[in-house]
Write a protein that binds this ligand. Sequence first.
Ligand code: DGY
Length: 310
Amino acid sequence: MRAAQQIMRVFVSRRLPPEGHKILALAENCTVQQWDSDDPVPREELLKGVAGAHGLLCLLSDKIDKEVLDTAGPNLKVISTLSVGFDHLAIEEIRKRGIRVGYTPDVLTEATAELSVALLLATCRRLPEATQEVKNGGWKSWAPMWMCGYGLSNNTVGIIGLGRIGRQPRPERAAEVNAEYVPCEKLTEDSDFVIVSCSLTPETEGLCNKDFFSRMKKTSVFINISRGSAVNQEDLYQALVTGQIAAAGLDVTTPEPLPTNHPLLSLKNCVILPHIGSATYSTRNTMAVLAVNNLLKGLAGAEMPSELKI
Ligand code: DGY
């Protein structure tokens, strides 16, 4: 007679994209408790949900720290995050407890690289400001210097963090926008546009600070698609108001969401997006499928499609 398989208890901290949800709903030997909402799980619900769980499927907005891990207790075998970034996970604590971690690299590379080009263009050519002018009556007539911005042609794009995403704008997209690409790690002086796409580590935290901006050209445009804390936002604000740099486009901020009264939001030369780098329907579904498969394989003690080596 076959021994009965252990039923695994799983906590999922948000409503999932449909393709991932379908797979999880069919999973055998699993009971799933879910924060079934598009809003973030409140901390106390996360703590309640994770207590005694064998698996946790979480998002980048959930802080998985010592308290969460202690509350989960020794049952917890797998954490699967619906993200490529893992700065929300207390990796050292997780390692100590022998918990396996799944994440979603590669599948969001294209979407995020596309967004970086879109944000660069929107910032350089002042698209949000221009659409606003159409709506608020600021569009009086065609005027030679009105709404001028920076073109990408014959300019250089420097990318900090030549990982999966950083490599993507090139060659096809850089060629499309006809910009010369500068692959170098310390590139501020030489680049017309700087895109930050590195992972957040102790080395890159606060990397873009006063000194960094002071080495950029006055006509240069700064883009961040990495994590908000790669940038010192007070220093960025100063660089933008004093004309130290021309403009900035941010897909990530600290905190997220950025309070609507944040000083950066008062600046016309700062374009801010709500962390939508990977937000295409197909990418988010693919991420969810990968995250669910990571979770299920991890619970089964099998090889995960994408395990973070910690
Ligand atoms: C990630 O996955 O870490 C991105 O920031 C959002 O898709």
